[in-house]
Write a protein that binds this ligand. Structure first.
Ligand code: GLP
Length: 243
């Protein structure tokens, strides 16, 4: 029996408000806790609200530590299409976080497998993730864990699925700039988080339903979340804001 709480809300604003409240409560409860963060259009509104709360002096990021899910291989931290850049722009540059405490896997390490192992070890050394924020791909991917033969236990390098490349190519100047490979936390890394919150818009309604209530199978990576005791899915009935 799935224990996933699937909550539907009308608007993107409502979804963002609920997600920001959950994250803010987590930060207040454990000011030096570890947040697992995601990119994509779903969390942008959440990050806006967290930045607003910080600007008003209602939230203090000074002790917060963060680890991001994934990064494209080949994109440097200052690449505007990369995920480090996204995180700086949408959250880190707008709050009083110490950037030295924010981690995104490197897409340009010489030895990507060594980078993946080091990233996994870093998450462990930080004491694990208190609250992991997730989006979901149309094929059920979480982070960049694509449908596969098995659930990947740890951070690793993946070849992106054709459907993922199609969906994300629009964010690049030219579709052919869309990278073929990415580095991502494994499904196992994600499942070791103490609490998980997944956000999705109306185009994800069907896959969220399958992930929450269908069979647990690596052909739908997000279905592994059924194995975790504390997962909430927030589904909004309005499309997320464009990036
Ligand atoms: C990308 C990211 C995923 C994210 C997904 C959903 O593929 N690598 O981590 O979950 O986008 O994106 P959106 O929030 O735009 O639906």
């Amino acid at each position: 029996m799935s224990q996933i709480r699937l909550i539907e809300v009308e608007s993107y604003e409502e979804m963002s408000r609920l997600a920001a409240e959950t994250i803010a409560a987590q930060i207040r409860e454990k000011p030096d806790g570890v947040l697992g963060l995601a990119t994509g259009s779903s969390p942008i509104g959440t990050y806006d609200l967290l930045a607003d709360a910080c600007a008003k002096g209602e939230l203090d990021f000074s002790g917060v530590r963060t680890v991001n899910l994934d990064e494209y291989c080949g994109l440097a931290p200052d690449n505007p299409f990369g995920y480090r850049y996204f995180m700086n722009e949408h959250l880190f540059d707008r709050v009083n976080i110490d950037k030295a405490n924010t981690f995104v896997p490197s897409g340009t390490a010489q030895d990507m497998d060594a980078e993946a192992a080091a990233y996994e070890a870093r998450v462990d050394a930080m004491g694990g993730i208190d609250l992991q924020l997730l989006g979901i791909g149309h094929n059920g991917h979480i982070g960049f864990n694509e449908p596969a033969e098995g659930f990947a236990p740890n951070t690793h390098v993946v070849e992106l699925a054709a459907r993922t490349r199609e969906a994300n190519a629009k964010f690049f100047e030219k579709p052919e700039d869309m990278p073929r490979y990415a580095i991502t936390m494994g499904v196992g890394t994600i499942l070791r988080a103490r609490r998980i919150l997944l956000l999705g818009g109306p185009d994800k309604a069907e896959i969220m339903e399958r992930a929450a209530h269908g069979p647990v199978h690596p052909s739908v990576p997000a279905s592994a979340l059924q194995l975790h005791p504390d997962v909430t899915f927030l589904l909004c009935r309005q499309p997320p804001r464009a990036k």
